[in-house]
Design a protein around this ligand. Structure first.
Ligand SMILES: Nc1nc2c(c(=O)[nH]1)N[C@H]1C(S)=C(S)[C@@H](COP(=O)(O)OP(=O)(O)OC[C@H]3O[C@@H](n4cnc5c(=O)[nH]c(N)nc54)[C@H](O)[C@@H]3O)O[C@H]1N2
Ligand SMILES: Nc1nc2c(c(=O)[nH]1)N[C@H]1C(S)=C(S)[C@@H](COP(=O)(O)OP(=O)(O)OC[C@H]3O[C@@H](n4cnc5c(=O)[nH]c(N)nc54)[C@H](O)[C@@H]3O)O[C@H]1N2
Ligand SMILES: [Mo]
Length: 764
């Protein structure tokens, strides 16, 4: 008997050999350089490693497939604009091992699913298209043409195009993403869920409503010139290491930094630039001037406390709020102030878990600065009240007039390297009508206007057998989504699951009745097509579009670019009923960019401007105080305090990234900055909470969550005592995703609440 999809979706429960030390206070430095060398020498050819590090994030080189942090517009380090975790990302992609039919005939799907995610990832690059027939135990080889026909046959057999789901992960380039959504819309559905639904969707919702653009407003230059940066719910030392160089530059120019986080993350406390030899010898920069150890999901309460104190000062002495800005550019001030006055300062501060002494330091800085930037990531977006978190951040910036002027504004720090670009070019289950109209004008078919499925809706639809084909362009759906066991059942209900991937992952093992793996080129590889070597383009977290061009030879002759895969699937599915010559695009990507220029605003002269080595900025109204909201102004908003309470002995759990992973890709088993080595099945707890439960260091426990009467459980985690506020705990994503209830998500944005899960700890 083969194991069930539910069994295969869960990571193995066995332990490695956990070692813990005191967490680091310093980030990068020699430790980072050592880790980088280790990573490249273990998994890559030395010559490849050399070529890659020289070309990474260089003008005319390739865009790092890691995070979306921008490159400096002007000077770039001649050593390569890279970081330890960028090197890990490319080492993972440019592995010197490949896997093809021989590998898949040796290992059954069941056996592969019994491996850890770390082992699965290290098996090598996918090198050949593979097919899993109904009832088969092993994948077998299939030709590209047969595979495309199979997808087409399945899609064309559905009763309605809405029975198919087309997921995108944020590494996909603008060119591939644009063609993909175009195909999906011509096929007839708007079911385009993407990783953004689980990531910064709440930022998009909150910012569109309040400032008229779902993206951040600042540039890198603003960060250098600001007086004060708040880094809220973000761990840049691990997830956006190059951001630390920008913060360091800001500090050098006299700026101050406040870090608001339940954990004293190493990079935020002290940073040593790996590209500056003197700093390496003489110690790094103290980054955070104030560290605020907030309770998980205490941010609305904390910001309300700040807003109340600012209001009191404004009413007593005046001169605190930027009244000229508020009068000219904003809407809803009076209603916002009236609502704010209904809150009590002491109650807000208490709910935030922050001491009066620390509060006052933060308050003084905010009171006395006029150029403020607020940066945030998943610590704000993955809560039920995520949209409120971000709208409250905007309220603060609006009161201070700190938007649309130099050194001020919003900075949601995006995750995947092109997640922002994918949305810009149309990967959106809820695309605006104006965009759909442009598609209709250009291509002569009417795209579906009703909104499609987000990630959460897609899982429900598959579970209820309303969706029967799942297609993933990149990503690792089963490990990334909430409620693993329920979601595995949902995927296994499908007739066909297809993944376009560079590397093997758990989603290839938790399949529909039939499954396909389409191996594709990665960012680092050369993309040869009929018209010659192709470049592609991406948009970073600050709205700069630039080109990316691989430098290594492809890992196999039998893999295709994502663009070629999309064209192949579109051609095989739509055949003569299409109004588009799909196969032309793959021969020359300039044609795709010409189309994007016609359909998406801001891309005038796309091909020409892409020749600029630094790329070009997309239009951004908020940056210039042009707010394209319903009121035509920047909107104040009214946000409630989160209501939910912990029961009995529950703790609130956040699922976070270790230093050795990129989302579901596990680079290694260490979390160096947090002093955790050789194990991922851990739960970080406050010492008092451990004591109250009689738990010893490294004791083995199970974790349980209860939501709306449903109990979910994950087994075998070791307790680590840590500097985390009382009643809070932390585990790594994706091992505990099975505890995240599918129906616990951010209002408006539907982002799973992966950072506020009520759990109980059960000693084994
Ligand atoms: N190396 C590496 N780089 C990456 C990624 C990766 O996995 N590895 N992932 C990429 C992606 S897709 C993304 S979205 C980003 C993610 O980047 P981050 O958002 O930095 O990633 P997380 O580990 O989820 O960290 C969230 C941080 O928020 C804090 N936090 C949790 N809950 C709260 C809260 O309620 N309030 C506050 N104030 N803080 C809270 C946590 O302690 C943690 O420091 O990174 C991108 N870059
Ligand atoms: N509990 C919990 N869950 C979370 C989160 C959390 O913090 N906590 N974070 C959420 C967030 S922020 C995100 S963004 C999602 C991430 O969700 P996803 O984007 O779906 O997951 P990744 O792990 O980034 O995807 C990794 C896979 O992408 C494939 N891949 C890598 N590079 C390429 C490429 O260039 N092309 C193609 N076609 N494939 C490629 C590889 O096969 C690899 O196995 O997870 C979300 N899930
Ligand atoms: Mo993300």
């Amino acid at each position: 008997m083969s194991s069930s999809a539910e069994e295969k979706s869960i990571t193995p429960e066995n332990f490695e050999d956990l070692k813990t030390t005191k967490p680091a206070v310093d980030s990068v430095g020699f430790g980072g350089i050592f880790a980088t060398l280790q990573q490249t020498s273990k998994y890559m050819k030395f010559t490849d490693a050399f070529v890659l590090t020289r070309k990474m994030n260089q003008k005319g080189g390739f865009d790092c497939p890691g995070c979306a942090w921008p490159d400096p517009d002007d000077e770039r380090s001649s050593l390569g604009e890279f970081c330890e975790n960028g090197i890990k990302a490319i080492a993972e992609e440019a592995q010197n091992k490949t896997i093809s039919a021989v590998f898949f005939s040796k290992y059954s799907v069941d056996e592969l699913a019994s491996w850890t995610d770390f082992e699965i990832g290290k098996s090598g690059r996918l090198a050949q298209p593979m097919f899993l027939a109904e009832g088969a135990t092993h994948y077998s080889a299939i030709s590209w043409d047969d595979a495309f026909e199979k997808v087409g046959a399945h899609l064309n057999a559905l009763d309605s195009p809405d029975e198919a789901v087309f997921y995108t992960s944020g590494r996909t380039t603008n060119e591939a993403a644009f063609l993909y959504q175009l195909f999906v819309r011509e096929y007839g559905t708007s079911n385009l869920p993407d990783c953004s639904n689980m990531c910064h969707e709440a930022s998009g919702s909150a910012l569109s409503e309040t400032l008229g653009i779902g993206k951040g407003s600042v540039t890198l230059d603003d960060l250098y010139k600001t007086e004060l940066v708040l880094v809220v719910g973000q761990n840049p030392g691990t997830n956006h290491p190059r951001m630390l160089s920008a913060l360091e530059k800001c500090k050098y120019n006299g700026g101050k930094v406040i870090a608001i986080n339940p954990l004293p993350e190493a990079g935020l406390i002290k940073f040593t630039d790996p590209q500056n030899p003197l700093k390496l010898l003489f110690g790094g920069t103290q980054i955070a001037d104030v560290f605020v150890p907030i309770t998980i999901n205490g941010d609305v309460a904390f910001f309300k406390a700040i807003l109340l104190k600012l209001l009191a000062e404004e009413e007593q002495k005046g001169g605190v709020f930027d009244k000229d800005f508020i009068n000219e550019f904003t809407h809803g001030y009076e209603a916002f102030i009236a609502d704010l006055k209904t809150y009590n300062f002491d109650a807000c501060l208490k709910a935030s878990g922050v001491s009066m002494a620390i509060f006052e330091q933060v308050y003084e800085l905010i009171l006395n600065k006029d150029k403020i930037i607020i940066c945030w990531a998943m610590g704000l977006t993955q809560h039920e009240n995520a949209v409120d978190n971000i709208r409250e951040v905007v309220n603060l910036l609006l009161l201070k007039g700190s938007i649309g002027k130099e050194g001020s504004g919003t900075c949601p720090v995006r995750g995947h390297s092109n997640v922002q670009g994918d949305r810009t070019v149309g990967i959106w289950e809820a695309a605006p009508q104006a965009f759909l109209d442009k598609i209709e004008t250009k291509y002569g078919f009417k795209p579906k206007t009703a909104h499609g499925f987000s990630v959460i809706d897609s899982i429900k639809a598959m579970y209820e057998k309303k969706a029967k084909v799942f297609f993933g362009l990149g990503g690792n759906f089963i490990s990334a989504v909430p409620d693993t066991v329920y979601s595995a059942k949902a995927l296994s209900n499908c007739n066909l699951t297809v993944h376009v991937s560079t590397k093997l992952n758990r989603s290839h093992l938790v399949t529909g009745k039939e499954a396909l793996i389409f191996p594709c080129l990665g960012r680092t590889e050369k993309d040869y097509q009929k018209s010659g070597l192709q470049k592609q383009s991406v948009e970073n977290s600050m709205g700069v579009v630039s080109s990316t061009k691989g430098v290594l030879e492809p890992c196999s002759k039998d893999i295709l670019s994502e663009v070629a895969v999309v064209c192949g699937v579109a051609h095989a599915t739509l055949k003569t009923r299409s109004k588009i010559n799909w196969l032309d695009y793959k021969d020359d990507y300039n044609l795709v960019r010409d189309d994007i220029e016609e359909v998406v605003s801001g891309f005038e002269n796309y091909n020409k401007r892409l020749e600029n080595p630094s790329g070009f900025y997309l239009p951004n109204g908020a940056r210039f105080r042009k707010f394209k909201t319903k009121t035509g102004k920047a909107n104040f908003s009214i946000n409630k305090m989160p209501k939910w309470k912990l029961k009995n002995d529950e703790l609130v759990m956040m699922t976070i990234r270790s230093h050795d992973q990129f989302n579901t890709t596990i680079y290694g088993l260490d979390d160096r900055y947090r002093g955790v080595f050789n194990e991922r099945r851990v739960v970080f707890m406050n010492r008092e909470d451990m004591k109250a439960r009689g738990l010893a260091e490294h004791q083995v426990v199970h974790l349980k969550s209860e939501f709306n009467g449903v109990t979910r459980k994950v087994r075998s985690f070791k307790v680590i005592s840590y500097d985390i506020p009382k009643n809070c705990c932390a585990t790594y994503f994706p091992e505990t995703n099975a505890l995240v209830p599918l129906d616990h998500f951010a209002h408006t944005a539907k982002t799973p609440a992966s950072k506020s899960i009520a759990v109980t700890i059960e000693p084994v």
